[in-house]
Ligand binder design. Sequence first.
Ligand SMILES: [Fe+2]
Length: 211
Amino acid sequence: MRALELHDYRRGVFAETGSHLDRVANLALRFAEQVAPELAADPLVAYGFRLHDIGMIGVSTLTAVKQGPLTHAELDEIREHPWLGERIVATVPPLNGVARHVIGGHHEKWDGSGYPRGLRGEDIPLVARIFALADAFDVMTNDQPYRQALPIDLAVTEIDAKAGSHFDPMLARIFLRMLGELSVGATDATTTETRIAPADETAAGERAARV
Ligand SMILES: [Fe+2]
C-alpha cells in the first residue's frame, strides 16, 4: 500500500472537504463501480448510501455525540438504529429494496459479530459489505465528537487487520488497492509498504460501536 495522505484521498474522491454523507456516498459509489457496476448504476443505491444512518434520528442527541465510553444502555440504543432505519424506509416503496439493505446491513460483520442480525459472510447483502468499508474508512479518518481523526495509514492498517473478521476479505483487498490508486500524489515510490502498529483493540471496538 502506498503512503496515503488525507488530501490525496479527498482530492481523489470528491475534490473538496464535505460532509460525512457527501464523502462516504462518493467513496462508496466509486468502490461499487469497481466491484459491482450493476449496483452502482442503480440510483437507489446512492439513496441508501446517503440514508444509511437515518435510524439515528431515533437515538438521543446526548448519546449520539457523547464523548468518552458509552454505557451498555447507550450502546444498545445506538444498535437500534439499523432496525429503526429499516422501519422508516419500509414505508417508502422505492427505498424498500437495495437502499434498505444498506441501512439495515451496514453494521453487520463478516464473522457474524455485527448487528442488528448478526449476519455472516455472504449472507450480508453485497451492497452493505461494500458500504461498510467506505463508512469505516471515512469515520476513522475524520474527527468525531468522541475522538480525533486517525491518520490515513492507521485506518488502512486497521481495515487490513479486520479483513476476514469485520470486512469481506476480498472486498477489503480491492478497497485498499483503490485507496492506494487514489493516492496519485504520493511522491516517494519506494515507500510502498506503510506498516504501523495495529490500532488499540479497545479503541477499535469503540469505533466499531459508533460508526
Ligand atoms: Fe450506522
